[in-house]
Design a protein around this ligand. Structure first.
Ligand code: GTB
Length: 217
């Protein structure tokens, strides 16, 4: 059955892979499923046809026959539960991997987004200089906790899982800020994620999509 994702027709990041279709592309590559991508403009995202499949008028969405999903985490979980490669078979290990998926989107991503969005959208606000250090401190606190838990392991809980896929995707948003650099084990963790062939294929596909330039040979 054909799988169709929606993505920005041109991502504002110009192909850096930071929009949330990249994590879904990565999951699809990990489990070896082909997919199509339907580009959506900012305007079309807020029109009835798209709102019918995404109540908040965002990307990504996922269509597979009659099934329509939104929320990148739920899409990755859907794929991980149905295809080998992203969740362990052992039930407790599987539950722990799913906990890490939630930790990525529910504990790590909110302060990271707050910090990243502030730097883009609030520089001219009177509160910017006072609030930025607070937002930064919240991110640093979470990074420190995550770094302590990861220690010198390759992945968060045994073998690579959808928990790592989501966590690396969330951490990538911080690269430009330099905040990751305080935790060399997290820098190495993100690099391990990016080095996976499935990530490379996903990244390259979104880059070509967003720049209109085919992959270099
Ligand atoms: N919780 C949802 C999910 O995980 O799927 C969040 C979806 C979401 O935020 N989608 C964004 C969107 O559609 C695109 S990814 N925004 C349009 C809107 O809300 O009107 C967020 C994003 C956008 C741009 C960059 N960038 O340029 O660096 C990075 C991330």
């Amino acid at each position: 059955m054909t799988i169709t994702l929606t993505a920005f027709d041109r991502s504002p990041d110009g192909g850096k892979g930071l929009a949330r279709d990249t994590r879904v592309r990565w999951a699809l590559e990990e489990v070896g499923l082909p997919y199509d991508v339907r580009p959506v403009s900012f305007r079309a995202m807020k029109e009835p046809a798209h709102l019918a499949i995404h109540p908040f008028g965002q990307i990504p969405t996922y269509e597979e026959g009659d099934l329509v999903l939104f929320e990148s985490g739920s899409i990755v979980l859907h794929l991980a539960e149905r295809h080998a490669g992203l969740l362990p078979d052992d039930a407790p290990a599987r539950a722990r991997a799913i906990s890490w998926m939630f930790a990525a989107v529910n504990t790590m991503e909110p302060p990271i987004l707050d910090f990243a969005n502030m730097r883009i959208q609030e520089r001219d606000k009177p509160w910017y200089e006072a609030r930025l250090p607070l937002a930064e401190e919240r991110v640093r606190g979470r990074l420190s906790q995550l770094s302590t838990r990861l220690g010198d392991a390759d992945w968060l809980d045994g073998a690579f899982s959808a928990g790592d896929l989501m966590m690396v995707s969330v951490l990538l948003r911080l690269r430009a800020s330099g905040l990751l650099d305080d935790a060399p084990n997290l820098v190495a963790y993100v690099a391990r994620g990016e080095a996976r062939p499935a990530y490379q294929r996903a990244f390259e596909a979104q880059r070509a999509f967003n720049t209109g330039q085919p992959a270099p040979r």
